[in-house]
Design a protein around this ligand. Sequence first.
Ligand code: HEM
Ligand code: HEM
Length: 175
Amino acid sequence: MAGEYAPSQKALHWLVAVMVVVQAGLGIWVAFAAPDDEAAAMRLYNAHDGTGAVILVLMLLRLAARLAGRAPRLPPGTPRWAARAAWLNHRALYLVLLAQPLIGWLNNGANGFGWSLYGFLTIPAPISQGEAAAAWLSAVHFWTALALAALVAAHLGGVVFHTFIRRDGLLRRMT
Ligand code: HEM
Ligand code: HEM
């Protein structure tokens, strides 16, 4: 159908949206309020690591679905600047959501850990431990998380613009 996303793309969109909110919560918890108890802290890290892996897999499926088809045409009359902003916003979201789990993996490696899949399995790190690398990879992970938050805020701004200002029913394309 020309006017809306495929059911698989809709399902992946909402699944990723929920997981990203959960992941941001886990990340902030890990970074700013990790429990003193070592076992509890490890469970929290493992939950954040594992959810990052799920997001990466879902995003790869999404990328495949997106490359296999086309995004539906924007509602008629959408201003050019808004169409360009949406184009940039969507590409940047794909890029950040694919990159951030890999940055997390590198960050873990620099800290001497692998990539734990909820504690059941650990993917070895691609780099060895190193203090300087750990410091800057942690900063990259942090700034990428802030960039993601800004992109999501702009995304929601776009939804508000279409839904309440232009009233063009954009949301129906993704629901
Ligand atoms: C309440 C929250 C959200 C609403 C109402 C919403 C709504 C939408 C809508 C209506 C579209 C289709 C835009 C179009 O037709 O051009 C869309 C696309 C998209 N959304 Fe969301 N979204 C939400 C949250 C999120 C979150 C949290 C993320 C990622 C972290 C996200 C990532 C994306 C991406 C990447 C696309 C482009 C899809 C593609 O063309 O393949 N969305 N969203
Ligand atoms: C889309 C996926 C991800 C998102 C949105 C995300 C988001 C965040 C956020 C918001 C924080 C807190 C701010 C900070 O200190 O950086 C954080 C911290 C952290 N994340 Fe992630 N993360 C993701 C994936 C991963 C993965 C896959 C790993 C490990 C394999 C990981 C490892 C860490 C670690 C160790 C911290 C603690 C603080 C640090 O050393 O930077 N993250 N993450």
